[in-house]
Ligand binder design. Sequence first.
Ligand code: BGC
Ligand code: ZN
Length: 367
Amino acid sequence: MKAIAVRPGTPNSVHERDIPMPSIGTIPDGKGILVKVLKVGVDATDREINDALYGNSPPGDDYLVLGHESFGIVKEVGANVRNIKVGDYVTATVRRPGGSIYDKIGTYDMTSEETYYERGINLLHGYLTEYFVDHEDYVVRVPKGLKNLHVLMEPMSCAAKAIQQAFEAQRRMKVWNPKRAFVLGAGQIGLLSTLNLRLRGIEVFTLARAAGPHLKSSIVEGMEATYVPTSQTPLSELTKQVGKADLIIDATGSSSIAFSAMESLGHNGVLVWTSITGGKVTTSVPSDKINIEWVLGNKLLVGSVNANREHFESGIRDLALGEVMFPNVLPKILTSPVDGLGGYKEMMRLLVEDNSALKVYVNVANE
Ligand code: BGC
Ligand code: ZN
């Protein structure tokens, strides 16, 4: 069957190739699930893997099948699969457990080992192919009514985890009840974080460079949040106007913005960093000022990566609630379909060149 792969370490090596059809017989305990891939989303991670900034092949192979944002339909289940049946729409988690205590309790997104295993990213093949198999533990059911949001399940899980981590960490404050949040960046993680925070009733300011009206501003406003163009109102200016935030999510992909956000967080607040910055940028910050403000304000910085099953499930609930609270808003994120696996060059072109492509995804098959 067809797959889209790279040769890790070789820049711009994306190509189509033939790989063997997988079988549920390779999955232990009769818990295998065979999924026919319908759609796969791609993001900056896929672009940076193709730029050879990171990513590794599975041991014994010299290629890595790309794709970590999956959406498909179940075609076959093992004898002991209990909660998923043929015909269900599903997505799958990305990370697979290593050997740490965190991996052993199902929180593989929190592994303490340096080596992590991620389908389509590191040491495991991904989903940009015609079929995949996986263990029931990693396959998550998508309600039929959310079929139109297909590849948003994985990005939503990362946003849901980031915010869940903030709330979990803020139990240290006993009575923390955030009123105002800044979301930095209006890419998929920024927009989906905006959704999660709005569903919690928080006042949200979502920031991105260009002045509206445009697609991003209309999505933000459709979720009853405020869009702030930093070309007109930089974060420092917004902070002067409305005050510091109780919670900030950075999803800009810029480490210098991630650091500068430290100056806009209020007392007892939490800043969450979600960007994977594969480059080598260095930045200078007013470190004495930040240091004293952070100490005197008991502030907290949390890094958040990936997501486990629980975050997929809660993220899917967010999307379902989002669809009824803010009708016709979320599908607008899905801007840029590519036709078939054979469209992989166009897929990369959209990722690299097209600034208006909010979400690039491949229509692998229809069903
Ligand atoms: C993926 C995450 C992954 C991270 C680091 C992101 O693009 O969505 O699942 O953990 O990259 O590899
Ligand atoms: Zn991703």
